[in-house]
Design a protein around this ligand. Sequence first.
Ligand code: CO8
Length: 258
Amino acid sequence: MYDKLTELEINGKKATLKINRPNQLNALNKQVIKEIFDHCLLLKDNSDVKVLVVCGAGDKAFVAGADIKEMQDFKTAKEASDFSQYAANIFTTLENIPQITIAQVQGFALGGGLELALACDLIIASEKARFGLPEVTLGLIPGFSGTQRLARRIGVAKTIEWISTANKYSAQEAFQAGLLNHVTKHEELVFFTSDIIDKILKNAPTALKIAKKVVKFGSASSFKEGCLLESEEFGLLFNTPEAKEGLAAFIEKRAPNF
Ligand code: CO8
């Protein structure tokens, strides 16, 4: 029996996944990665939960990267490469769960920690957060799909600069680069995130899920294929009770009851 290093708390339509190793700045070891996977499987089949917040315990770090101490024990290139692929697949599972996911970043999001945030739909950070991919200082490169996800989020040129300089960027700089959805005052981070969640939860649940699915699909396929799926899904939604209620509520000048 071992202690859990993560917590999944479900509260009605909202879930919170906390990485809980504050003494190690929430570094991602194999156990944490496996627990993230287990939580994703649970959420994938939970149609009551609409929003997931991913956060790190303590005030100092969201996640300070993959667990460097554990990585040092890797014996072969294959072991390292297999772990990289395993974790990258789990981050893709997280990316594709039906819930809208929000990384709530209050401190360091470095290396694998930034890669975890990148697997979330939105990133909201406090002004104290720091971002970066310092792997080259260890003689490595990002290994949890950061080379790919960061480039898709902020562009190839900035990504190569971020990786090759290993700089740590302030929340303001990360916002300006296009990484973040919002920067808040440190003490307002949780409140601000809750406010966004309340806005999301007012809307039609099936439409939320389908919107995420279509945007994600389109970002990995051609414009034409994305538009085709959008039209198909638009048609399917049109026949749902939620759409009938939403349209009727507008005409009747009342709030919809989803
Ligand atoms: N892994 C393991 N332990 C860590 C990590 C980490 N990434 N980060 C911090 N810790 C530990 C420290 O060792 C220390 O533990 P202890 O008290 O037992 O010595 C504790 O957390 C507190 O950390 P510090 O004393 O270092 O705190 P500071 O305030 O002095 O510094 C920093 C904070 C700047 C965040 C510093 O801890 C740091 O630089 N951490 C490492 C950041 C980093 O390089 N991250 C990238 C890691 S590599 C990676 O993520 C690759 C992902 C792909 C992997 C693919 C697998 C095959």
